[in-house]
Design a protein around this ligand. Structure first.
Ligand code: MIC
Ligand code: SF4
Length: 658
């Protein structure tokens, strides 16, 4: 049978299970990445599991999210991560060196390798032909220690690209088009694989934009073949030796094929407040905007920013616009500084932000009340900018720069007619500037023995989950709707600095649903915990979309949440719930969602028995006086983890039995 590229890579890495869609499998992980927002917890859990030195080919700890440094928390995290990571045998990319995904692509990614990252945009590596998957920090910690990663063997959706992008149309528009087709819901358990003649017209950074934002589809990952363009990119990074050609067999057996003719695409935008709320830019043209930002792991490569600089060259942004540029890496920033493009952007009125996530995760540059903000990022979930009620549009760098000059949403294709601006033809450089001086090497075994880990007082070791009860007496603390993201569950922005301090961070769980004058979600949790009632969250479809942040499970666990009942739960979040011993349940009949109400008291009898062997259980709604069934869709390993009270306890128990 003709094989897909995804299955070829899986075949080389499978260590448990059968390679057939829907089956639980375990795979060997060659590389891992962690970042500071998830990494502190990942390394604290890593240390507490006592799994010794890193056993992967390459593990890298990055600092890119928490760099605003109001108060000591962020710097405490940086020092902890630098000392703990290098001691454990990992590389450490220091604050200022760039966004994990961009730097990983430049300096570490390798065609055909597996990469597990504690960040949902880890699939960026798919642009290089890697099988790169996002997961919770706990799963990554286990992989760092040499453990397999467990997932459901995916279905593979083939996306056949034909033709070539027209002028002013960007690879961002390709993924926005795909989001308009597949939406952010219902793609769990799939991998997207690109093939066809159009592939060779896209450079590695363009491919990486597409695989990066594939995360918004909710798929396991996305992957491109590794070809001459991959070789050229790796050689320009002085890593030609990492190249190997890879592709699917001709007529590979895809579960579904979607065809996109690149030459038919036009500039698109994701409108507030979901990445799949797609319109054409020409439909939106003329909408006044006050803020434009170019950056994030989706669109901050050297070629993206060179295009922006060339459009701005000798011009000025509109007087009512705040325009910021956050280069994806120090390599990008240094190259722009050396070739003068940075000066062109500064002269045009751009505010240059440091190389990091910055505004993408609400670390500054929040928009004013009521204004439209345009961003080249991948997520526009409500309030992610740091402003409640925000109106964030996701666009390509081409659309962003055109709009920054014109002061309103502008189809970049009109620039030529209105201002005589030609579409800049930016080529991939033959040689990138190589300077790894901000990447700390792992310490040798000898040095590691004496090295001290620096732990500031704001770094708090997270509590372990408690055993599941046999009878769960619980109360519905929140009933929420469809497409609840992990940004709803655990806000980032100003609260991001509490990632290494669960008791503090837990205070804002679900704060977007808190009403003034009423007790917060956190208070209600603690009140029911004091009464001996387990917390239960009820949700609609696609619960836990978006980021991989395991705090969306860890903090509710800390508050006493013991189960989530939803119409459906997204992959990474479901794994995180299991890792922290919160039982993920799905309504057997979606209509039961309508019957239950917030504050209802529920009882689940014989929970342990159900978790052990059954795929269905009955819930009594004591307040409503009825009962309903829920599905338990769990692998045998998921069951064992829940019964052991989470992945940390499970790993410790297994280690002590060896
Ligand atoms: C995000 O884009 O939401 C983040 C911040 O990078 C997250 C990780 C996190 O919450 O720390 C992600 O995408 O996984
Ligand atoms: Fe950072 Fe934003 Fe990328 Fe997340 S999506 S890794 S916050 S740049």
């Amino acid at each position: 049978m003709a094989k897909t590229l995804a299955y070829k890579i899986l075949e080389k890495h499978i260590v448990e299970g059968v390679l057939a869609a829907g089956e639980p499998i375990g795979i060997r992980i060659d590389q891992t990445l962690t970042q500071d927002a998830t990494g502190t917890t990942a390394f604290l859990l890593y240390e507490s599991m006592g799994i010794g030195r890193v056993k992967t080919d390459v593990s890298v700890s990055y600092i890119d999210h928490n760099m605003s440094q109001f108060g000591p928390e962020n710097h405490n995290d940086h020092l902890y991560l630098q000392t703990v990571a290098t001691r454990a045998g990992a590389f450490h990319s220091r604050a200022g060196n760039g966004i994990c995904h961009q730097v990983h692509l430049e300096r570490f990614g390798k065609p055909g390798a597996t990469l597990l990252g504690s960040d949902s945009h880890t699939p960026t590596g798919g642009g290089l032909g890697m099988l790169a998957i996002g997961a919770g920090g706990m799963d990554v910690a286990v992989a760092m220690g040499g453990g397999a990663f467990y997932l459901t063997c995916p279905k593979v959706i083939g996306v056949k690209l034909t033709g070539q992008l027209p002028e002013w149309v960007a690879s961002k528009d390709v993924i926005l088009k795909l989001l308009s087709i597949l939406t952010t819901k219902g793609n769990v358990g799939c991998v997207i694989e690109y093939f066809g003649d159009g592939v060779k017209t896209l450079s590695v950074p363009q491919r990486a934009t597409i695989t990066n934002m594939g995360a918004e589809l909710g798929v396991t990952t996305s992957v491109f073949p590794s070809d001459n363009n991959t070789r050229r990119f790796l050689e320009a990074q002085e890593r030609g030796a990492d190249y190997k050609p890879l592709s699917a067999d001709a007529y590979a057996d895809y579960d579904r094929v979607i065809e996109i003719d690149l030459s038919q695409l036009e500039p698109l935008a994701a409108c507030p407040s979901s990445p799949d709320n797609i319109k054409t830019v020409s439909q939106l043209a003329g909408t006044k905007t006050s803020q434009v930002v170019v950056g994030s792991c989706t669109n901050s490569s050297f070629t993206d920013l060179m295009m922006v600089a060339q459009v701005l060259n000798g011009r000025h942004i509109d007087g009512m616009i705040e325009f910021a540029v956050a280069p994806g890496s120090r390599q990008v920033l240094e190259m722009l500084a050396k070739n003068g493009a940075l000066a062109d952007m500064i002269a045009a009125g751009a505010r240059i932000l440091e190389s990091g996530c910055g505004p993408c995760i609400g670390q500054g540059f929040s928009p004013a009340d009521g204004v439209v903000t345009l961003r080249t990022f991948n997520r526009n979930f409500p309030a992610r900018t740091g402003t409640r009620g925000d109106k964030a549009y996701l666009v390509s760098p081409e659309t962003a720069v055109a709009s920054a000059i014109m002061g309103e949403i502008t189809d970049p294709r009109t620039l030529k007619k209105v201002l005589g601006i030609k579409h800049p033809q930016v080529k991939l450089p033959e040689q990138f500037l190589i300077d790894d001086s901000m990447i700390e090497e792992p310490l040798t075994m000898e040095k590691a023995t004496d090295a001290q880990v620096i732990r500031g007082p704001t770094i708090v070791v997270p509590e372990s989950p408690r055993d599941l009860p046999d009878k769960l007496d619980g109360v519905i603390l929140l009933k929420c709707g469809d497409k609840i993201t992990t940004d709803h569950i655990m806000p980032a922005g100003a609260f991001l600095k509490y990632r290494s301090n669960v008791p503090e961070y837990a205070k804002v769980v679900f704060n977007c649903f808190d009403e003034e004058g009423s007790p917060t979600f956190a208070q209600r949790c603690l009140d029911s915990k004091a009464k001996g009632l387990g917390g239960i969250v009820v949700a609609g479809a696609s619960y836990g979309q978006g980021s991989s942040r395991e705090h969306a499970a860890l903090c509710p666990m800390y508050l006493g949440v013991r189960a989530v009942i939803a119409k459906s739960i997204e992959r990474i979040h479901k794994a995180n719930l299991i890792n922290f011993a919160i039982v993920p349940l799905e309504f057997s009949g979606p209509a039961d969602y309508d019957r239950v109400n917030a504050d209802d008291e529920l009882e689940i009898d014989k929970l342990l028995d159900a978790v052990r062997t059954r795929d269905k259980l009955t819930v009594q709604d004591k307040t409503g006086g009825f009962e309903f069934d829920c599905k338990l869709d769990l692998s045998s390993r998921d069951r064992a983890i829940l019964l052991a009270a989470g992945l940390g306890n499970y790993t410790r128990k297994r280690a002590s039995h060896r």
